[in-house]
Design a protein around this ligand. Structure first.
Ligand code: MF3
Ligand code: CO
Length: 249
């Protein structure tokens, strides 16, 4: 499929979609504490999205059964919200998308529950910083490999690893459009970025090996070695200058 270039008007709509996602994500973050169950976050998204008149993009996507992905500890991405209560020391990745006026926005954060280990906090901080380094590298004239290189080189310098099997992506009328945006790469390689491209950058960073496995539920992706994993994601638009981050409140 050809890479879609969005108009200023389309990007303005996507900014509104992104605002909804970011605000509801913030609500979810405030809701997480020991004893709260994963499923309660799904219920909160359903209520809040219907109040706002936005569509939960994930629900029914290739049969996905919920509005949000909740991936705790060694879960990397695509965890289905279940009955388990959050516990002090958990790290919780929350991935959320909505469709507004036909356009999708997609974002994720990882947070700690109560007091978490210093190393878990460092994993979260490195992953957030890796996302921002990827965003800074996403300038018109740069290439997709520059984004991956910015993320991978930083993460590996901190002693962690980047997941290979799951990647960022173009976003628009579909949640997943071309191009793919890997969190690894070589400078100067890959597709050239142009103003009007909208992409989701989403580093998934593991404390141990980058290798993954999928649960029998067909969705939940975990680290093979049981090590902790963190995930941050923003939907951004490429401009003539710095990228515009669409998934901010
Ligand atoms: N944010 C996720 C991604 O970009 C989407 C979740 S997958 C779904 O891949 F099936 F749950 F929608
Ligand atoms: Co995504």
């Amino acid at each position: 499929m050809a890479i879609e270039i969005k108009s200023k008007e389309e990007i303005a709509i996507m900014r509104e979609a992104g605002r909804h996602v970011a605000q509801v994500l913030q609500l979810l973050v405030e809701h997480v504490r020991p004893g709260v169950r994963e499923k309660e976050l799904d219920q909160l998204v359903r209520r809040e999205f219907s109040r706002r008149g936005v569509v939960p993009t994930f629900l029914g996507y290739h049969g996905y059964p919920a509005t949000v992905c909740i991936s705790v500890n060694d879960k990397i991405v695509h965890g289905i919200p279940g009955d388990r209560p959050f516990q002090e020391g958990d790290i919780v990745s929350i991935d959320l998308g909505c469709t507004y006026k036909g356009f999708v926005a997609d974002a994720a954060v990882t947070i700690g529950v109560g007091r978490i280990s210093l190393e878990a906090q460092r994993l979260i901080d490195v992953t957030r910083e890796a996302l921002w380094r990827g965003i800074k590298a996403a300038r018109a004239g740069a290439r997709v490999g520059d984004i991956g290189y910015a993320i991978q080189s930083y993460v590996e310098s901190q002693g962690f690893s980047v997941v290979r099997e799951y990647v960022g992506h173009g976003v628009g009328r579909q949640m997943h459009e071309d191009p793919q945006i890997p969190n690894y790469g070589e400078p100067g390689k890959g597709l050239e970025l142009r103003p009007g491209m909208v992409i989701a950058i989403e580093p998934m960073v593991n404390m141990g090996t980058w290798r993954t496995r999928r649960d029998p539920d067909g969705w939940t992706v975990r680290t093979v070695d049981g090590s902790l994993s963190a995930h941050f994601e923003h939907t951004i638009a490429i401009t003539d200058g710095e990228a515009l981050v669409l998934t901010l409140p």
